[in-house]
Write a protein that binds this ligand. Sequence first.
Ligand SMILES: O=P(O)(O)O[C@H]1O[C@H](CO)[C@@H](O)[C@H]1O
Ligand SMILES: O=c1cc[nH]c(=O)[nH]1
Length: 285
Amino acid sequence: MRLSPTDLIINPDGSIYHLNLRPEQIADTIITVGDPERVPMVSKYFDKVELKVNKREFVTHTGYLAGKRLSVISSGIGTDNVEILMNELDALANVDFRTREVNFYHKTLNIIRIGTSGSLQSNIPIDSVVVSALGIGMDALGFFYETSGNNITDKMKSSFGLDFSPYCNPAGADLFNYFMDDAPENWLQGTTVTCPGFYAPQGRVLRYKAKIKNLMEKMSAFDIDGIKLTNLEMETAGYYLMGKLLGHQVLSISAILASRKTHEFSANPEKQVDTLIKQVLQRLR
Ligand SMILES: O=P(O)(O)O[C@H]1O[C@H](CO)[C@@H](O)[C@H]1O
Ligand SMILES: O=c1cc[nH]c(=O)[nH]1
C-alpha cells in the first residue's frame, strides 16, 4: 500500500514531518526522554555523536557507545507527543521513503523511556526506580486505536467514578526481562498510571475544585488481587499502546522524584536522573 502525501508527510529534504529525521538517521535502539534538555545529558556519555537534529520538542542525538549505535530523542510531555514520536519512528524504520510502500520485512525497534514519576506507595520511596510492567492510560489516546481494558481498568473505572475506560498494555517482554534480570536493588517492578495532566488528573490540589475527590488517595488504596497502582506519570501507556500496535519493544523506566504518600519531593532530581541514565547505558553497552 502506497501511503499518501497527507498520511505520511515527508519534508523536502527527505525527513519525516515532525522529527525532521531521515530513515538512516535513527539507530535500532532508541532512548527517549521527555525533556529536550535531557538529550545531551544522555549523549554526553556516548563515545561519539554523529548527528544532532531538532525540531519543536523533538531533539535527536545519534551516536555510538562501546560500538553500539544508539539514538536519544526527546518527546516533550504527554501521550499526544508519544503518538507522533512512535508513528514517525515506525515509519522511519518500516516504510520505504522513495516509494512510500511499507517494507516487506518488519524492523522491530528497541525503545527505552528514561523518565520521572511520582510514587503512590510508601514502599516505593524517592530515589527508587520503577520499571513499568504495565502502562494504564487515563488519557483519550486509547480511544482512537484498537486496544482493550482488563479487570484492572474495569475496577479503576468503577472505583474512581470515571466516565471513560482506561486502557492497559504490557511492556515489551524481551526488554523488560533484559532490564529486570539482575537489576539494581532500588529498581522495582510497577503498574504505572499515565495521566493526561500533572495536576487534577494526578490528584494534585491547587486553586481549583477537582471533579474526582481524593483521586490520589483512591489510586494509592486501589488493590485488585494484590495488584496495586505504583506510580503516576504522563507517557508510559501511550508508549506501550503504540509499541504493541506497531510491533516494537518498549520499556518505560522512571526515577521516582515525588512520593505522593509522604509529600516529599527529590532534593536533587538532576542527580537522580543522571544516575538512572548511567545505569540504563551500562546495561545497553
Ligand atoms: O520526566 P519526563 O520524562 O518528562 O516525565 C514526567 O515528567 C513530566 C511532568 O513533569 C511528564 O512528562 C511526566 O511523565
Ligand atoms: O509526580 C510526578 C512526578 C513526575 N512526573 C509526573 O508526571 N508526576
